[in-house]
Design a protein around this ligand. Structure first.
Ligand code: TYD
Length: 206
């Protein structure tokens, strides 16, 4: 049976990962691979409702409520979309996944990181990305790219976003085999060359 692959894209708001995901989708489809793209939070039905609360709710969202909503979205997404696609032999490109929760809810909001790791494990039920691309960019550049129209998470402030960036860098040091660091301060084309290198290696190993 054909083996699917699970690739996740991570980084701060404004790091450019979504642009890279789309370019990679195009590149792989041209080469004849069966590719699907998705995102967290909010790829599907229930997830879209959760996403709306997470990004656009006007009142208070308690930190633990936020944490459980991201995790609930993930559990539904993994079970109903990601796992079936991988089982069908597809390459799944996913914009954000488990590391976002550790970086944002853990390092950003200050929730217990070991607890978050355990909760992530429950949400994904054994699924681990084959590779994670981490697009690292200075917080100042990322904030400029986001611009003035910010959603609830993007509006969380400079200190929060610096902690998120540091969190991602820590995660990369802890998981150098899975998480590949990409310098996202460079031009879109240079960053895409780096993205392709990682994926071509992965395809050769597979
Ligand atoms: P989105 O509009 O998808 O942003 P981006 O294009 O930067 O991915 O918004 C997702 C936001 O939710 C983003 O600010 C990161 C945040 N987030 C968390 O805080 N925890 C999570 O577990 C996930 C998946 C996302």
């Amino acid at each position: 049976m054909k083996k699917g692959l699970f690739v996740t894209f991570e980084g701060a708001d404004g790091c450019g990962k979504t642009t890279q995901l789309k370019k990679l989708e195009e590149f792989l489809k041209e080469k004849g691979y069966d590719v699907v793209t998705t995102r967290e939070p909010g790829a599907l039905d229930i997830g879209q409702k959760i996403r709306n609360i997470l990004l656009h709710h006007n009142g208070i969202v308690a930190d633990r409520c936020e944490m459980f909503l991201f995790l609930a979205d993930r559990a539904q997404h993994v079970e109903t979309f990601i796992k079936p696609a991988i089982e069908q032999g597809k390459i799944v490109l996913c914009d954000r996944h488990v590391d976002s929760t550790i970086a944002y809810q853990g390092y950003g909001r200050g929730q217990d990181i070991e607890l978050l790791k355990s909760l992530n494990d429950i949400a994904v039920n054994g699924l681990v990305p084959n590779v994670t691309l981490l697009y690292d960019v200075t917080t100042e550049t990322a904030q400029q790219r986001v611009g003035d129209e910010k959603d609830r998470m993007e509006a969380a402030g400079l200190t929060f976003h610096k902690q998120v960036r540091q969190g991602y860098l820590n995660l990369q040091k802890e998981n150098p085999e899975r998480i590949k660091l990409i310098n996202a301060n460079n031009s879109i084309e240079t960053v895409f060359e780096d993205t392709k290198k990682v994926i071509i290696n992965l395809l050769q190993e597979n």
